[in-house]
Design a protein around this ligand. Sequence first.
Ligand code: SF4
Length: 336
Amino acid sequence: MRISDLRQQLRAAGALPRHEARVLRLWAQALPQTSGKRRIEHFLPQALREALPGIESQLQGLARIVSTHPGQDGSERLLVGLADGQTVESVLLPRDGLCISSQVGCAVGCVFCMTGQGGLVRQVGSAEMVAQVVLARQRRAVKKVVFMGMGEPAHNLDNVIEAIDLLGTAGNIGHKNIVFSTVGDPRVFERLAQQTVKPALALSLHTTNNELRERLLPRAPRMTGEEIVERGQAYARATGYPIQYQWTLLEGINDGDDEIEGIVRLLAGKYGVLNMIPYNTVEGLDFKRPSWERAAEMARVLHRRGVLTKLRQSAGQDVEAGCGQLRARAAHQQIF
Ligand code: SF4
């Protein structure tokens, strides 16, 4: 379901604009209603529930938690069931962050990613994206939302923009604390710059070798690393937010000295940060994570040569590694 459908439905049920705004705000913020000191199950006050019968249960039925998988680093992976039985993954990150999914599956087909192996199943509606935030908020505070879970947000742009707009206006999430993560798509740079709520941008580079990029990200739009950085820098200047350049480190593929030279050429002195994330090995996929020493050495050299580089672990590694694996495992268990 899209938020725009929901707005229409509320209006058709006779909701005044202030009622509509209140329903969406109370839902997105997941603030519990109280009776005296007692916390009650409803998120809408009684008057709104009576005026708009069924709306609360409809919103609550958009998503539910199928299973939870806490990690040792303070993160928690959630397998989230949608109303039609499809599942997506959300990850509660340390320091009040949340990573959500924008598609069931993904059409980009990155060769190192489990989600990419099954192709696109369906789009996630904007209301289902906000529902992932609501579920997470029922467990703990959420002050930052990153669109880095399953799916390529650029391939579901209208829904993602609607969700970002609601989170940044009624959802109490600071605009620069909303992160749109993409492999790079010309439409993203154009559309996001026009929005009232402009999110921060994370751009997946993974390599500076354009021919290798075509092999690693076979169905990503054909943009070179140079074009991606150029468009990213224009967006950074327009918003004042630094760009996060993402680099999944794969042993023997993109951890060589040639890539260090390429990164310095592309990113030295740019307004952004390079996030290097050593790969989480995925069963059935033939890629390996480089040693931590090699990753740390790359980060040190890049730093010295003018590229702000952060070496990161992906959240919840001890649980089920990378994005798409929980869902794949659940599907496997259903089949066998
Ligand atoms: Fe899609 Fe992201 Fe996986 Fe690539 S890494 S296939 S863009 S979900």
